[in-house]
Design a protein around this ligand. Structure first.
Ligand code: ZN
Length: 510
């Protein structure tokens, strides 16, 4: 039936002041299960998000022209007409028209922006709670095509999940939507059509990685194949130049130029093509990020400088750029590598970004506690940081705590299908370090989410877990997993607040 009926009949039938209704909903939340900050008035109609037995719904009491397109089932409660609407994408579009703050917005000019990818579509309210009181712009919708393929979701779904959470939490500060790691024109178009406000163009496939270590005499051949006009321009701009940025100096030799041109020319051309032919023509401001983090070649300061000046001279407005840093940024675990070297290089990368007027972007930023203080400090508080997988792992932890049987099945499945998942993600996890489940008591299961090897195994197998079906086509884990997380909604939000809060603390924000 849904406890919201109590709220409608006991409270809404007597009170119509929004503030007073919110206060009542807050006070009696366990009894009413109406989200206090979602209560809004549109003309004569009253709107609110409520927890139904199995899923949330939007309640519309009375009518208003602007809400006519909302689809739902009409019922009556204490003489009030109530329309119970599912939180569908179509209904979300109506809400987004009526409440403009529920739409994602670009963030160019904002100092600290954090990507909070939500693969399950249920983490945004916890994320909003985490950042609400800080000067942090959250990119609540952030998914790569790889993630969409693995979860079976669309960009429309991703934006709707965030927009519904924004409505539920009454979060009137802005948030963003990042089409992450897009590689082709088609992917960029899909992402823009769905309303994403940030495009992260992954140029790794357009780089010539072997050229980074090839013999210079070999590169000369390739280089001389580029146009005369290009070579003249590069030679004037870079060859034999001393570059001095923010107190850092580096020298670019003719050999450096030849190598950089060979490695990055394709990436620059691809970026210019996508940017000018699609992004700049889309008719609204877009935060544009270029990423070369998922490649074998660490980005040297000179290469970063070369890329940035080629793009900016080519008319690209860059909001952020994600270089490949030295060391390893593996999924869901802390930084692996020489922290001192990272600090030195990161400082120069941040200075180059600042010089050109964009922000440095740190990808795979989940759980990189060792590097957060450096990111917070060396950027003068201007950076973009992306997290995603850690939010899924917090969900897994809630499952391990409350449904050990489901966790055990997911864990066994993850181990069984690890090789498949490794096609998409590179991890260093060693399964021999993971204790056998049979030897663990139920109470010990959540602790597996504190250990690197088991974290990574569960981290990268999310898509396989979510899509797994039995021979009758029934999901093996997905429905059960969502229903546990629905039951423990507040606990999941609390876990996210605590865990992402640790990220903010490391960055020096709290
Ligand atoms: Zn990345």
């Amino acid at each position: 039936m849904g406890n919201w009926r109590n709220f409608v009949s006991n409270i809404c039938s007597k009170e119509d002041n929004v503030e007073a209704l919110r206060a009542e909903a807050e006070k009696g939340y366990p009894y009413y299960e109406v989200y206090p900050r979602s209560i809004n008035r549109v003309g004569t109609a009253l709107l609110m998000t409520a927890r139904g037995e199995k899923e949330k719904c939007l309640l519309v009491i009375d009518e208003d022209e602007r809400l006519q397109e909302l689809e739902g089932a009409c019922t009556e409660e204490s003489g009030l007409r109530v329309k119970v609407c599912p939180l569908s994408n179509e209904n979300c579009n109506v809400i987004r028209k009526v409440f403009p703050y529920t739409n994602p917005q670009p963030h160019r000019g904002k100092n600290i922006t954090i990507g909070l990818g939500d693969r399950l579509g249920i983490a945004s309210s916890g994320h909003i709670e985490t950042v609400r009181d800080f000067d942090v712009f959250p990119v609540l919708s952030q998914q790569s095509i790889r993630e969409l393929n693995l979860t079976g979701r669309t960009y429309e779904d991703v934006i709707s999940s965030a927009a519904w959470a924004v409505f539920q939490e009454g979060y009137a500060k802005d948030y963003g939507a990042d089409g992450d790691h897009l590689k082709t024109a088609e992917e960029v178009k899909i992402s823009l059509d769905a309303g994403m406000t940030m495009i992260t163009l992954d140029c790794s496939e357009h780089m010539d990685n072997p050229a980074a270590s090839a013999d210079i005499s070999e590169l000369g051949k390739k280089y001389s194949g580029f146009t005369r006009e290009e070579r003249d321009r590069w030679e004037r701009k870079y060859s034999g130049k001393d570059i001095s940025i923010g107190g850092y100096r580096f020298h670019i030799t003719e050999g450096d130029l030849i190598r950089m041109a060979c490695v990055y020319r394709g990436a620059v051309r691809h970026t210019l093509d996508i940017y000018h032919n699609i992004i700049a023509k889309c008719g609204r401001p877009i935060d544009f990020e270029m990423s070369i983090d998922e490649t074998l070649t660490p980005t040297s300061p000179a290469s970063h400088y070369f890329l940035a000046s080629e793009l900016i001279d080519g008319g690209v407005e860059i909001t952020s750029l994600a270089p490949k840093f030295s060391g390893e940024f593996q999924k869901g675990i802390d930084y692996i590598g020489d922290l001192k070297q990272f600090e030195e290089e990161f400082t120069i990368h941040a200075a180059i970004a600042d010089y050109f007027g964009y922000k440095i972007s740190v990808h795979s930023g989940s759980d990189k506690f060792k590097v957060f203080p450096i990111v917070g400090e060396k950027t003068n508080g201007k950076y973009h940081l992306k997290t995603a997988g850690t939010n899924w792992l917090e969900a897994v932890r809630v499952i391990a705590r409350h449904k050990p049987d489901l966790y055990r099945r997911m864990h066994a499945f993850a181990l069984e299908h690890l090789e498949e998942a490794k096609k998409y993600y590179h991890i260093g996890a060693k399964t021999e370090n993971i204790p056998a489940l049979e030897g663990l008591k139920d109470a010990e299961l959540p602790d597996l989410m504190n250990k690197d090897d088991s974290r990574q195994v569960l981290h990268i197998t999310y898509g396989l877990i979510l899509q797994a079906k039995d021979e009758n086509g029934k999901s093996l884990f997905k429905d059960e997993l969502y229903s546990v997380l629905y039951e423990y909604e507040e606990e999941y939000a609390g876990a996210l607040k605590k865990h992402i809060g640790r990220h903010l603390k490391g960055l020096g924000l709290l």
